[in-house]
Design a protein around this ligand. Structure first.
Ligand code: HEM
Length: 517
């Protein structure tokens, strides 16, 4: 069906314009000038000084000197692939105007980046860590980024704590250790002082934190988002990716050995399976919650990213599938330069007031200004939408487009620029126009949150109770291993006290392994 492939081809055709095949061509400078010798500097005589006029030497060294850009402040190590997403049917049309979720004839191109969180760009693939699962959908209505993780909850409830969390998690400032591991003093000091981390922590101690393959890993949007339909009605939504190949993890002993023998273990697996035609596949599922049920859950606030909405209460509705079928051509140009942003949403998808989400809305755009060298990073081929971009943004470092015309402002009467039809009167999004959900907001300014945010243990206990005997053994052993590397005894003791709130047997078992009475 040719129609099916139009949008898919659009992204690949766009990338084709940027793909450059240099094989077999004669060497030139950046100015296109043929080079006679690239191994010997121009010198004054065989034993004389090098000459400044050797423009080939200067350019070659200058380009090398500037190859590095800042790595991501978190999720620095990652691997990515191209593919597509296709919904099963039109069932979601009652909830959202977004065609990529409701038109079963549309295959939307995607670029997915999987990552670890703590380690630097050159670190290992198999530490005990959270994994990122970030998907850029190049929809006909613009880019939608679902920037998720492989665990359904997050460490903190409010983004204002994120710098503290990451400072504590990353290698310690005085000696830059440990690389790619959470088994160290500052991490456990912070988390034991912030008990809201307890639910995510127990996921981190489980085998979910050492996935065998990116092909066998779940993904979660974590926050509650909204779908919005043509009448302006909103439905709360939680996004879930489920790998078709099942969820598989390493065991800790394997993970440590692999880390030494093949630090690229997950990266290699993703690359080789796609090269070999074994395409990773994931089902997208949604938990949908009516706006009227916002307060139907006594023990959780939908704005609290440290809690799940149990599937017993809200089952997952399968929506479509994603297939990853093409490796990037160039790691830096694509995997490294891709810029995900949780604020990239299309008509029919909107935000809630989750305070973690709101900090993220600022953070990604902000960090990418530095990481990708100025405001024009959306023009980098991997970031360009397939939807046309028309506005009066201009100039700045790395402007790749050549905008035509005289009028670069709105409004204008010179017949140029981008005609803009004010959306006044539009109360709901249509397929192509983003109208923010008309949420009614009323309240006194304050830094307080609702009471259920203070329950830090119930869902950690729920998770523990849902584990089989051998999974419990792995979790207890993980706490022992990690805490056994923490020098100050008071931090170990504080953690055991938290564990005692989750499960007494777990606390006693862990305590026995780490010298806590
Ligand atoms: C990457 C900030 C919470 C998932 C990043 C980056 C920053 C950041 C600055 C680097 C982006 C770049 O350089 O392009 C934050 C802040 C958070 C937060 C401030 C909390 C307030 C989360 C949560 C999730 C998440 C809750 C998962 C639901 C990711 C992923 C990436 C990432 C997957 C890697 C994106 C990629 O592959 O390029 N985050 N983050 N983050 N974050 Fe967050």
């Amino acid at each position: 069906d040719e129609d099916l492939d139009i949008e898919l081809d659009d992204k690949q055709l766009q990338l084709d314009l940027a793909r450059v095949d240099k094989t077999g061509t004669a060497l030139t400078t950046d100015q296109g000038i043929g080079v006679d010798d690239t191994d010997n500097t121009l010198r004054a005589g065989p034993r004389g000084p090098s000459l400044l006029e050797d423009f080939h030497l200067r350019e070659k060294i200058m380009r090398f000197d500037h190859e590095r850009i800042p790595e991501r402040v978190v999720h620095a190590r990652g691997s990515a692939a191209h593919g597509y997403f296709q919904p099963y049917d039109a069932a979601l049309a009652q909830y959202t105007v977004a065609p990529f979720l409701t038109d079963p004839d549309t295959r939307t191109p995607v670029f997915v980046r999987f990552s670890t969180v703590q380690g630097s760009r050159g670190s290992t693939d198999t530490p005990r860590d959270v994994r990122g699962f970030a998907t850029k959908f190049y929809t006909a209505q613009g880019n939608f980024d679902l920037v998720g993780n492989n665990m359904p909850v997050f460490f903190i409830q409010d983004g204002i704590k994120f710098p503290d969390l990451v400072h504590a998690l990353k290698p310690e400032p005085h000696h830059e250790m440990p690389q790619a591991a959470s088994a160290h003093d500052t991490f456990w000091d912070f988390v034991t002082l912030q008990p809201e981390t307890m639910h995510h922590l127990i996921w981190l101690m489980s085998d979910r934190a050492i996935p065998r393959s990116y092909r066998t890993m779940q993904g979660f949007g974590v926050h509650t988002f909204r779908l919005v339909n043509a009448e302006g009605r909103s439905t709360f939504v939680k996004f879930h990716w489920t790998p078709v190949a099942g969820v598989h993890s390493l065991v800790w002993d394997e993970a440590q050995k692999i880390s030494g023998k093949d630090p690229d273990f997950n990266r290699r697996d993703l690359w080789e399976s796609i090269e070999g035609g074994v395409f990773p596949e994931y089902e997208l599922g949604l938990q949908l919650i009516a706006e009227s049920d916002e307060f139907a859950f006594d023990e959780i606030d939908l704005l609290d990213s440290t809690k799940i909405v149990p599937e017993e209460a809200v089952p997952i509705t399968p929506v479509g599938r994603m297939v990853l079928d093409r490796n990037p051509d160039n790691f830096f140009a694509e995997t490294e330069q891709v810029a995900f942003c949780i604020g990239n949403v299309v008509p029919g998808i909107d935000f809630t007031d989750d305070p973690l989400l709101h900090a993220r809305l600022f953070s990604y755009l902000d960090t990418q200004l530095t990481r990708l060298g100025g405001p024009n990073f959306p023009q980098i081929p991997i970031n360009r939408p397939v939807a046309p971009v028309r506005n009066h943004q201009q100039d700045g470092f790395h402007q790749d487009d050549i905008p035509l015309g005289q009028a670069n402002y709105h409004p204008n009467s010179l017949g140029g620029g981008c005609p803009f039809v004010p959306g006044a009167g539009l109360t709901a999004p249509d397929q192509n126009t983003y109208v923010h959900f008309r949420e009614q907001v009323d309240g006194h300014k304050s830094r307080k949150r609702s009471e259920t945010f203070a329950d830090h243990y119930s869902q950690a206990t729920l998770f523990w109770n849902s584990m089989s005997a051998w999974e419990k053994e792995h979790i207890a052993a993980a706490y022992q291993f990690e805490l056994g590397k923490v020098a100050p005894m008071h931090i170990r003791e504080r953690m055991v006290e938290h564990l005692n709130q989750i499960d007494h047997t777990l606390a006693v078992t862990v305590a026995a392994g780490i010298g806590v009475a």
